[in-house]
Design a protein around this ligand. Sequence first.
Ligand code: NDP
Ligand code: 8X3
Length: 253
Amino acid sequence: MAKTTLITGATAGIGAATARLLAKNGYDLIITGRRKGRLNNLKKDLEENTTAKVFTLNFDVRHRDEVEQALDALPDEWKDIDVLINNAGLAAGLGPLHEGDLDDWEQMIDTNVKGLLYVSRKILPGMVERRKGHVINISSTAGKEVYMNGNVYCATKFAVDALNKAMRLELVDHGVKVTSVNPGFTETEFSLVRFKGDEKKAKNVYQGIEPLHGEDIAEVILFILNRPDHVNINEIIVTPKAQANAYYMHREK
Ligand code: NDP
Ligand code: 8X3
């Protein structure tokens, strides 16, 4: 039977690429995000081109009531979620803490940490009850090492790393697997969002290197999910060849 997989932030980047790859590989999908039009287009595309069943849920992970209402309203046949991919997230701004924008901080903390918690709190009890499930938390190289001017974004990803470890400890007795995927530079809408639509600044991030693409991370996620039941990948760090750690890149001139 196809595994039911809920992906947060499936309207772009890593989440959308993962939805496409999982749909081709026999997973049924609940795709979520704020941009309803994109969710509907992706559902149509996947249903036309794969055998996957696809359900869309349109909510903002920062709003606890929206998260709860959306997940409570899932039809019975979609309620038993086998795989949760906590992917929705963003960076807003890049600059020293002493010049930071408090609204940016709130947005990152509310999305990357509190949003992940709201969604997980609704879905984990079902996995525990059924003694079955797999949670994949998308953290970052920024959750392993702090880089210059990354301060609050890095802090949110360190928090995801801590929550990933906590989930694994607390869910291991309940038969639920927990994995963190920590990507490095991946060319998605991430930098465009970080620099608030400034395409030049966004492009500059990947100047002189071949970054990862959403599809590269999707492949890693599929590998993690396709391990035999007794095998769990605890965590994985994936970077472009040109990236040594969170802050050192080899850039071709
Ligand atoms: P994108 O900007 O391309 O995609 C982000 C996704 O998150 C979108 O689908 C967006 O959907 C969703 N999202 C953002 N805010 C919210 C919200 N408040 N409520 C619901 N959904 C939301 O970026 P990526 O694909 O690169 O990012 C995915 C994850 O990967 C993030 O957690 C990011 O931190 C992490 N990551 C990215 C790296 C990179 O270099 N790109 C590297 C390491 C980690 P919508 O706007 O429709 O709501
Ligand atoms: C995203 C990677 O290095 O741009 O988590 O912060 S980075």
